[in-house]
Design a protein around this ligand. Structure first.
Ligand SMILES: *[C@@H]1O[C@H](CO)[C@@H](O)[C@H](O)[C@H]1NC(C)=O
Ligand SMILES: *[C@@H]1O[C@H](CO)[C@@H](O)[C@H](O)[C@H]1NC(C)=O
Ligand SMILES: *[C@@H]1O[C@H](CO)[C@@H](O)[C@H](O)[C@H]1NC(C)=O
Ligand SMILES: *[C@@H]1O[C@H](CO)[C@@H](O)[C@H](O)[C@H]1NC(C)=O
Ligand SMILES: *[C@@H]1O[C@H](CO)[C@@H](O)[C@H](O)[C@H]1NC(C)=O
Ligand SMILES: CC(=O)N[C@H]1CO[C@H](CO)[C@@H](O)[C@@H]1O
Length: 588
């Protein structure tokens, strides 16, 4: 039973990998046919529909007020974006006019954990915060305030962001007012102050990326979960804030969290706020999805980089420890550029990336602070990488691609991955490689020589695949199921035979490592592993309960086959002898 294709929810036949094509296809000898995929698609489709229905109902009845509030928010008409509050002028703070205090224009969104992410608007371009010594503060209509802690500079738009804790009194308030960000601990609120509703994280436009021909919006909310995509015609994109000057354009695609908007037929040269709008139907009025995203036209590169690279992208959280091994190995076999989407790591990731850069590895880091948005992040990477990369490998940092046939090579070569891919002229748009899941292999801590040296025992069965995709072949919708992308109609998808190429997935590591990793899953549709729901999911570890307690005999689990192939290969290529044993090139 190949559940690995359960994520092909669109049940589109072109999402099914093709069998070996006819003669003349240079890559055909590498691929084999998986007849069972299509047979399962229909059944899986129904399972998915029921699952997403269940998901929706459980969201609606969730005790979590954020979800409920958001549900109501979606049913409110767009017009009431502004609410008036009576200001409590008795509050002592407000009698003291502060000289230096400046209101900073900003957008905000309520995150899980009653935290507000406040993002400074691009209109604040003259003096972008943060400035040392300033005491950034969030102010609320009733005179309450909370400290605004600097969070990060967001990539692409270069906006500073802060975090404020939502005061308790507003936690059961609906709608919640958007706080005012000011540069000191005191601020004079005026009775005319308008308090727009605070967008909630499950119903918001959170990112926009422009292409030459359109703009891609990443949006939480309208399409909830798998298999519930609303037709593009039911939406419009709104460029600009004011209802009389805003420009509306057509939405050309609506799949998962990714929407694509036509560009307005006038030139916009400064960043403008961009919204998504659900068009009025017989039953419902027009409603606007709130936004923290800005549109700015795509800058044409002064010196466009050569668009010929073989790139890799991955989304990480606190994996600095593994990154050197992963980058150095894959660079040696032909990955030219690494694009790391960092989900707010607080380990030494920056230092590791800097170190790799100083050794001439092309590694760039993109901060991706949006929680539980791995699919949207992968779609983003496809667009972002399209300027410089022809092929993009989507692999996690605990996954290593290799070919068993390379064991005869005494040195790695930068043509190795290339040799697993079809020629430039081929109409194969994506090649997937099955993975083998390695167990803890008796390790009790991170192995000194790296994962390829330490983990050598695995489960026997092939597990789900990972893919290298030709970016020009990616479907307009940018649909991704993490393990593969949807392709344009004219392109084919191949799954490589495990004798040709296979991914070693160091999935079940020494308990200390494994525990940390599985506490934070990045996918939007995969539940936290400690939560009792969807207990049959493939993402759940067999034999593991719902508590982060080391199962008995963990170090010996998932050990069915001794597989030393990559250990021997990497030791030959990257190991050098030292006094008592050997060291790997990535060891520091
Ligand atoms: C603002 O600063 C000026 C001097 O720089 C001072 O005269 C004035 O009283 C201050 N206003 C307030 C409200 O603190
Ligand atoms: C910020 O707060 C500190 C401590 O309260 C104070 O010393 C400092 O002057 C404040 N800075 C500004 C710009 O108001
Ligand atoms: C731009 O589009 C609007 C409708 O969307 C149309 O009315 C207008 O004529 C167009 N302008 C140009 C210059 O094409
Ligand atoms: C793990 O240790 C056991 C003995 O404790 C041994 O039989 C087994 O081969 C070891 N497995 C690996 C992968 O080293
Ligand atoms: C990449 O750019 C090409 C045009 O150069 C376009 O056809 C293709 O759809 C783009 N792919 C992505 C993922 O944006
Ligand atoms: C899945 C995951 O790890 N998401 C995290 C990404 O980063 C944000 C902000 O640090 C967290 O809130 C998410 O939980």
């Amino acid at each position: 039973m190949t559940l690995s294709f359960k994520t092909c929810s669109s049940s589109s036949p072109r999402l099914t990998p093709k069998s070996i094509a006819g003669a003349g296809d240079d890559a055909s000898q590498f691929f084999h046919h998986k007849t069972s995929y299509r047979a399962h698609t229909t059944t899986l489709f129904f399972i998915l529909v029921s699952l997403s229905l269940f998901g929706f109902i459980s969201l609606y009845y969730s005790p979590n007020t954020i979800y409920r509030a958001a549900f109501f928010a979606t049913t409110r008409p767009a017009k009431s974006r502004f609410v008036s509050y009576v200001i409590n002028t008795q509050d002592s703070n407000h009698h003291q006019l502060s000289n230096g205090s400046r209101r900073i224009r900003a957008e905000a969104v309520l995150w899980p954990g009653w935290e507000i992410l406040v993002i400074v608007s691009p209109e604040e371009k003259a003096k972008p915060p943060p400035f040392p010594g300033e005491n950034y503060t969030c102010f609320y209509p009733n005179g309450e305030k909370s400290t605004a802690r600097f969070a990060a500079i967001l990539p692409f738009s270069n906006r500073a962001s802060f975090r404020c804790s939502l005061p308790g009194i507003y936690r059961h308030h609906h709608p919640i007012p958007t706080p005012i960000l000011a540069s000191s601990k005191r601020f004079q609120l005026s009775p005319e102050t308008r308090w727009p509703d605070l967008p909630l994280w499950n119903f918001v436009v959170f990112e926009a990326i422009s292409t030459e021909t359109d703009v891609v919006l990443l949006v939480k909310g309208p399409n909830r979960g798998l298999g519930s995509n609303k037709p593009p015609e039911s939406f419009r994109c709104v460029f600009g804030e004011e209802s009389d000057t805003a420009i509306r354009t057509a939405v050309t695609s609506s799949v998962q969290e990714v929407f694509r908007c036509s560009l307005p037929n006038i030139t916009i040269d400064t960043p403008v706020k961009i919204y998504l709008e659900a068009v009025a139907t017989g039953k419902e009025e027009t409603k606007t999805v709130p936004s923290v995203a800005y549109y700015s036209p795509k800058r044409t590169l002064v010196e466009p980089r050569e668009k010929s690279l073989l790139c890799a992208t991955t989304m990480v959280y606190n994996v600095a420890k593994y990154l050197r091994e992963w980058v150095m190995y894959h660079a040696a076999i032909g990955i030219q550029r690494f694009i790391i989407y960092d989900n707010g790591s607080d380990d030494e990731l920056n230092d590791v990336v800097k170190g790799l850069n100083s050794e001439k590895y092309d590694v760039i880091k993109v901060l991706w602070i949006w929680p539980k948005t791995q699919e949207a992040g992968f779609s983003h990477a496809a667009v972002y990488g399209n300027d410089t990369c022809t092929w993009m490998m989507y692999l996690d940092v605990d996954e290593f691609l290799f070919s068993p046939a390379w064991d005869k090579q005494s040195q790695p070569s930068d043509q190795m991955i290339r040799s697993l891919l079809p020629s430039d002229q081929s109409m194969i748009g994506q090649v997937s490689f099955k993975s083998h899941e390695f167990g803890p292999s008796n390790q009790t801590k991170h192995p000194r020589g790296g994962v390829t040296q330490g983990y050598t025992c695995r489960r026997e069965e092939d597990q789900r695949h990972k893919s290298i995709v030709r970016l020009s072949a990616v479907e307009h919708s940018l649909y991704t199921a993490i393990h593969h992308f949807g392709l344009k109609r004219e392109y084919e998808w191949r799954v490589a035979d495990t004798e040709v190429g296979v991914v070693n997935h160091y999935k079940y590591q020494a308990w200390q490592e494994f525990k940390a990793k599985f506490k934070r899953r990045v996918s939007a549709y995969v539940v936290d592993w400690t939560r009792v729901s969807n207990p049959k999911s493939r993402d759940r570890t067999p034999g593991l309960g719902f508590k982060p307690v080391e199962p008995e005999g963990w170090a010996h689990k998932f050990c069915e086959v001794k597989d030393l192939r990559l250990k021997i290969l990497t030791r030959k290529w990257f190991g050098y002898p030292v006094k008592n044993g050997y060291r790997m090139a990535w060891q520091r």
